[in-house]
Design a protein around this ligand. Structure first.
Ligand SMILES: NC(=O)c1ccc[n+]([C@@H]2O[C@H](COP(=O)([O-])OP(=O)(O)OC[C@H]3O[C@@H](n4cnc5c(N)ncnc54)[C@H](OP(=O)(O)O)[C@@H]3O)[C@@H](O)[C@H]2O)c1
Length: 169
């Protein structure tokens, strides 16, 4: 499974102010890469907090929501599925269905739970021109020591930057 983390942060490394913040700052920058990459990959996984802030699941993609108390009734087969289990168990179950690529799209807890298990292969990081001073970091709640190799970087619009990393394993 190729696992790609796609995220927008402020210049000081925050993805939002708190778990209920819809991170509007990221939206303009997301559009520059997020749709293209996630449509290409086809399957996205997010945490329950991130999902609850969306107006609707992402069109044209299989949306998977991680939660320890999944609301299966809310699911729409092939479009919106809830998963209770570890990131590795999710990957195993997707592979059994013939899915070979997965985009991890936040929030901080889900990002961290994939990173801490060494399951992320690549990261597309959009750095938006904001400072928050405090908030949720890209990977929250785990002690990480993840080493990255920069494979590409480019400007996004006037003030943002895209960094493409491979995770060193
Ligand atoms: N800047 C950006 O690009 C960006 C992108 C996405 C989201 N965000 C922001 O991120 C924030 C939300 O992040 P967050 O860290 O608070 O929460 P989150 O990762 O979205 O969701 C956390 C919840 O997801 C479930 N979960 C997470 N990891 C799990 C795992 N490994 N196994 C099972 N369940 C798991 C748990 O739900 P249960 O309680 O049900 O167990 C947990 O309480 C929001 O403010 C949002 O706007 C920003």
């Amino acid at each position: 499974m190729r696992v790609v983390l796609i995220m927008t942060t402020t210049a000081d490394g925050f993805i939002s102010k708190d778990p209920s913040d819809p991170a509007v700052f990221a939206h303009g920058y997301d559009e520059l890469l997020f749709s293209e990459k996630t449509l290409e990959i086809g399957t996205v996984v997010m945490g329950l907090n991130a999902y609850r802030l969306l107006p609707h699941p992402f069109d044209g993609r299989l949306n998977i929501v991680m939660s320890t108390s999944p609301n299966v009734a809310e699911g729409i087969p092939g479009t919106l599925e809830f998963f209770s289990g570890s990131p590795q168990e999710l990957i195993d179950s997707l592979e059994k269905r013939g899915i070979s690529e997965l985009a991890v799209i936040g929030g901080g807890q889900v990002n961290a739970s994939f990173l801490v298990e060494g399951l992320v292969d690549e990261i597309y990081l959009m750095i938006a021109p904001y400072l928050f001073g405090q908030g949720l970091s890209l990977a929250s709640g785990f002690d990480l020591e993840t080493s990255l190799k920069l494979v590409d970087e480019r400007r996004l619009g006037e003030n943002a930057i895209l960094l493409h990393y491979e995770v060193v394993k």
